[in-house]
Design a protein around this ligand. Structure first.
Ligand SMILES: [Mn+2]
Length: 407
């Protein structure tokens, strides 16, 4: 037996806040979740696996994009032609909503319902496999679902699929469970989803988060992928394979020269970038540690983004050659202060009048405002007032923080 365990494809993630990059690179970034997912399905076909498990968050949003739906149906068709079944459960990002029900996935696809169900497959060599799991039918599943999972069936193998997080004892919204509960089911493998950093919660039987297939922001660094799992002497052995189309990297670069100039910072960045080319194209968000401060004029160039734009333009050839691009700069301490908070307060009350209305809040918070636990609170006219007060406090706190840094 051989299968693939993937999770958290997050198709059509928007990658906000990167609009200053060259158009071709932006396209590559925006397509990266699709490129990564394609590597999962390519591998399934190349290996002629017996089936594919997708453990939730296939789509980035509950209101899936048409592009993401069309893409997935096309990929499932490829697998259908190769007679490869797909078992999928939806997670907290793409929980079962009306639109899922109207989608006609090909016949090789089994969508797990909101209750724990068990699907049994009989492989070509007669091996029988039971697969148990469920889909989220709302954003949060607060209840531990393990009581609903059956114990190991009378099949050769029994696999569990679960999109969730280990229980912490309070505020658990993602199908909270304990590893002991999983092990008590005596399954041969647990295919987990939800946590984007791949990790192993148990060795034998394997209890694994596959992690996401493509990092979505600077906090999701390093390689991403899925597991190819094979039966080796009656044990299921997972082997990680890489799928990331782009890898996020966050180096810390320290400049020891006292009071460095932007030219020196540029040299430092270029040296770091110009190492041997990256295997997978890298989106670099360096944190710069300076010994001293930049001049006021240079600080302004940093704050406006002008300097980074210029650096990207002059270093484009280097960046293309080594497959690394600096997409943003961060600092281990503030590069300087600006008059922004003072300026902002002039526009604050005008903007707040437009933003903090019950109608706008309903629109901004969308589905969240319709959550049973929150709906009454959002409908209350006092909520807009409360939120405005809280936001004003936050603004004041931020301005205070800026002042602190200036001293
Ligand atoms: Mn996810």
């Amino acid at each position: 037996m051989k299968f693939i365990h993937a999770a958290d494809l997050h198709l059509d993630s928007p990658f906000r806040g990167l609009q200053d990059l060259p158009a071709s690179l932006l396209t590559q970034i925006r397509e990266s979740t699709f490129t990564a997912a394609t590597k999962v399905f390519d591998r399934a076909l190349a290996e002629q696996v017996d089936f594919v498990l997708l453990a939730g968050d296939l789509f980035d949003r509950a209101e899936q994009s048409v592009a993401a739906q069309a893409y997935l149906i096309e990929q499932f068709d490829r697998l259908a032609q190769a007679k490869i079944p797909v078992i999928l459960g939806f997670g907290n990002h793409d929980y079962l909503a009306d639109q899922h029900l109207s989608i006609a996935y090909p016949d090789n696809v089994t969508v797990l319902g909101p209750q724990v169900t068990t699907t049994t497959l009989t492989l070509q060599d007669g091996t029988t496999v039971a697969i148990s799991g469920f889909s989220y039918d709302q954003r949060w599943v607060d209840r531990d679902p393990l009581g609903d999972f059956p114990v190991h069936a009378a099949t050769d193998w029994h696999l569990g699929m679960l999109h969730g997080a280990v229980a912490t004892g309070s505020g658990d919204h993602y199908a909270p469970f304990t590893v002991a509960e999983l092990l008590a089911k005596r399954y041969d493998y647990w295919a987990l989803g939800h946590i984007h950093q791949r990790q192993r919660l148990n060795e034998n039987p394997p209890v694994l988060y596959a992690g996401n297939t493509q990092g979505r922001d600077r906090t999701e660094t390093g390689d991403r992928g899925a597991y190819l799992v094979t039966n080796q002497d009656h044990r299921l052995v997972p082997e990680f394979f890489s799928t990331a189309a782009l890898v996020w990297t966050n180096p810390t670069l320290a400049l020891t020269t006292p009071n460095p100039t932007l030219a020196e910072i540029g040299d430092c960045l270029t040296t770091w970038l110009s190492r041997e080319p990256a295997m997978t194209p890298e989106l670099v968000v360096p944190t710069l540690s300076l010994n001293g401060a930049l001049s006021a004029a240079e600080q302004a160039q940093i704050t406006s983004g002008d300097w980074l734009a210029l650096f990207q333009r002059t270093q484009r050839r280097v960046m293309q050659a080594v497959k690394r691009v600096v997409v943003a700069l961060r600092w281990d301490s503030p590069v300087g202060t600006t008059a922004a908070p003072q300026l902002d307060t002039r526009y604050w009350s005008v903007g707040a009048d437009q933003v903090f209305t019950p109608e706008n809040l309903q629109e901004q918070f969308g589905k969240l405002a319709q959550e049973p636990a929150l709906a009454d609170w959002f409908a209350d006219p006092k909520t807009a007032v409360t939120l405005r007060e809280e936001a004003t406090k936050l603004l004041a706190a931020l301005a205070g923080e800026e002042d602190d840094h200036a001293s």
